[in-house]
Design a binder for this molecule. Structure first.
Ligand SMILES: Cc1ncc(COP(=O)(O)O)c(C=O)c1O
Length: 373
């Protein structure tokens, strides 16, 4: 046989290699006898990532997809023309835009209501087929009572699906399925990754029919998580609880610290009730004193430890203005309706020493206050 042919077929028998951790399966296809068959269906790294998150959140099933937005899209694919979808007034800008675009194209009726207000339950109807919300919300960290909204909508339509974007609370601090949600989803790009170097998403459910529907949607749409991303995410999850405990501690302390600064008029921190939301960490919002709002560019320029841009939930801290960042895809009127203006600042705390973060933020706020005088 020619050496070229032999080289093409050369393989090492790794049956007895027994690596200490699951290696990266950078393969698109598997032998016909393998349960994995084709990576668009699944692979060992994807399955291991799913198993890890499923275990953390106490869910029966996990279905990993390419990004957080892909996870939301897979949920929305469960809707049919004419269905009614209720979305919380406070959601990530791209989630809202995706729902709004699809609603127009698919003939869904879209209702935007503040689900943190008990009176909003009156807006549900027997035609409501999906509730979509984050809790705590982006922005403002308002909390939604998952049990209350689930019971109310299912009393009117037992087929209604309750979908919670659990990205910000994370699997460590909140288990939406235990409170009546049908699907809990995550942008794994955020705290699960924790290092700003990988994108991913995951859907969790206790229902076999929904797992099957999500897997089919992933397979046919091609929105599968890449094996290398799954491998990186699994690796990051090994330190997830340690990172989250650190984020929680810094976030609590920073919220207290910011409340006492004269340049800050309001700090947003979620209600940690110890029942639905068992803890919280990573991200807070604050409002700049009115006269300082125009100084936001000087504020971020003066910060030394906070990176700018859309990234968050990583080992280093980030600052952002939701008005021009996470919610840029919404128009001015939509932002005004949710009460979002240029004075609201988002801070995401990394793993730096708390004292250094406090000094940095204080110095930048004092700097713009001095400029203003
Ligand atoms: C709450 C929330 N959900 C979903 C997403 C979308 O996730 P991805 O960027 O992984 O598609 C984001 C992104 O910032 C988010 O903050």
């Amino acid at each position: 046989m020619d050496s070229i042919t032999r080289a093409l077929h050369a393989r090492v028998d790794d049956t007895h290699a027994k690596p200490a951790v699951t290696p990266l399966y950078q393969a698109s296809a598997f032998e016909a006898s393998s349960p994995f068959f084709y990576t668009r269906k699944s692979n060992p790294n994807i399955a291991e990532f799913e198993e890890t998150v499923r275990t953390l959140e106490g869910a029966r099933h996990g279905v990993a997809v390419s990004t957080g937005m892909a996870a939301i899209r897979v949920c929305l694919d469960q809707l049919r023309p004419g269905d009614e979808i209720v979305v919380n007034s406070y959601v990530y800008g791209c989630s809202f835009k995706l729902i709004q675009r699809l609603a127009a194209r698919m003939g869904w009726s879209l209702k935007v209501v503040d689900l943190s207000e008990p009176s909003s339950l009156k807006q549900f109807t027997p035609k409501t087929r999906m509730l979509f919300f984050e809790t705590p919300t982006n922005p403002f960290l308002k909390t939604v009572d998952i049990r209350a909204v689930s019971s109310a909508v299912k009393a009117l339509n037992p087929e209604a699906l309750v979908v919670v974007d659990n990205t910000w609370a994370t699997s460590l601090f909140q288990h939406p399925l235990e409170h009546g949600a049908d699907i809990s989803l995550h942008s794994a790009t955020k705290f699960f990754s924790g290092h700003s170097d990988v994108m991913g998403g995951i859907l969790l459910t206790d229902r076999d029919d929904l797992e099957e529907a999500c897997r089919a949607e992933r397979f046919y749409s091609g929105a599968v998580l890449a094996p290398h991303s799954a491998w990186l995410l699994r690796r990051s999850l090994q330190t997830f609880s340690l990172r989250m405990e650190h984020h929680q501690q810094s976030t609590k302390e920073m919220a207290r610290f910011l409340r006492d600064l004269p340049q800050v008029t309001r700090v947003y921190y979620p209600e940690v009730d110890g029942h639905q939301l068992m803890g919280y960490g990573g991200i807070i919002f604050f409002d700049l004193r009115k006269d300082l709002v125009g100084r936001y560019p000087d504020f971020i320029a003066r910060l030394e430890l906070f990176g700018t841009g859309t990234g968050m939930a990583c080992v280093t801290s980030m600052v952002a203005q939701p008005y021009t960042g996470s919610h840029a895809s919404m128009n001015d009127e939509e932002k005004a309706q949710m009460g979002l203006d240029r004075g609201t600042v988002r801070l995401c705390f990394g793993l730096e020493r708390l004292i250094d973060l406090q000094k940095d933020v204080k110095a930048a706020l004092e700097h713009i206050d001095m400029q203003q005088r």
